[in-house]
Design a protein around this ligand. Structure first.
Ligand code: SER
Length: 325
């Protein structure tokens, strides 16, 4: 039986991962951990237990782990890349201090831990095309520094204390349920909202800037499959390159235009986000994930675009009909 705690359960990935875990692990408790001001609502609140769990508060983590006899922790708490550059101290406090809290508790209580890393764990000196699994990791952002530290710390806890830590390096995640919060890849989500709202999109990233991206259903499946993988087959642990698609703003714009011909985009480059994007790989080689635990992405840009537009049309229409009070 699995009893799972998700820290950051109301964020972009957490809100969907919690629901999927509740559907897949019906025998145990899947606890939505949230911070004050980001309480779960609706289906997320009603479909299972939730607890206030601030990753910087060891007491709250221990309490939840003990109360529900937790054996697996999904640690999704982080400040994304662009916002982390504006608050580097807080990004470290959450990304590294928070992870340390989780790992210490996992060591004592014998929990498995999933903590995502990112394409942001690479930097300008990393090979940018088909970036290998094992390569130079010298990021120039605080987000990247926390992710590389997290990878190393998680591997250390696995080797030194036998904590079952596992992880994937997420590309930009594209989804329609909850918005991402302050990442460099967010433009590839925002562009769909503008297209559906009938607004012109001002793109903060230059044409020709390629980054790896992934549709949420693939990201959720990766998060579960890596934790279910046969440990004897894992040569790597923290963290696996995974990839699904790589595109630049021109490519996503032209594919959206196939479905929304009147859609317009203009470039209004954000120097901070552009500098971050330039330091990251264009595309990752995910062959180790394929070999060691059978990873394979299902969704491409074409499918994702159709699906995003269809879901956002319904979501935004509903929001107009039932405005938030
Ligand atoms: N989506 C993240 C960001 O842009 C990258 O992992 O910060």
């Amino acid at each position: 039986m699995k009893n799972i705690l998700i820290i950051g359960a109301t964020g972009q990935i957490g809100s969907e991962l919690t629901m999927k875990l509740r559907k897949e692990y019906t025998q145990g408790d899947v606890v939505a951990g949230y911070i004050k001001g980001a309480e779960p609502k609706g289906e997320l609140l009603e479909s299972g237990p939730s607890e206030e769990v601030d990753i910087t508060n060891t007491f709250q983590i221990v309490q939840a782990v003990e109360k529900y006899n937790i054996d697996t922790i999904y640690n999704l708490a982080a400040l994304l890349s662009a916002v982390a550059e504006t608050k580097p101290q807080l990004a470290w406090h959450i990304g590294v201090g928070g992870l340390y809290n989780v790992l210490e508790i996992a060591r004592e209580k014998k929990c498995a831990v999933f903590t995502p890393s990112s394409i942001g764990s690479f930097g300008p000196s990393t090979p940018h095309l088909n970036t290998p699994q094992d390569t130079v990791q010298r990021p120039t952002t605080m987000y990247g520094v926390t992710k590389v530290t997290g990878e190393l710390l998680s591997d250390y806890y696995a080797k030194r204390f036998g904590v079952d830590t596992r992880s994937v390096r997420f590309p930009g995640i594209i989804s329609y349920v909850a918005p991402p919060g302050g990442g460099t890849t967010d433009y590839a989500v925002d562009i769909y909202y503008s297209a559906v709202k009938g607004e012109k999109f001002y793109c903060p990233i230059k044409a020709g800037t390629f980054m790896d991206m992934m549709y949420m259903p693939d990201a959720l499946r990766a998060s579960i499959e890596i934790m279910e993988a046969d440990p004897s087959k894992l040569v790597h642990r923290n963290s696996f390159n995974i990839s699904a698609m790589s595109f630049d703003p021109e490519m996503i714009y032209s594919i959206i235009k196939k479905f929304v011909p009147e859609f317009e985009m203009e470039y209004k480059v954000d120097p901070l986000r552009q500098a971050i994007a330039d330091s990251w790989p264009d595309s990752l080689d995910d062959s180790c994930a394929r070999e060691e635990w059978g990873w394979k992405a299902k969704y491409d840009l074409d499918f994702m675009t159709k699906d995003m537009l269809a879901h956002l049309k319904v979501k935004l229409a509903n929001e107009i009909e039932t405005p938030a009070i």
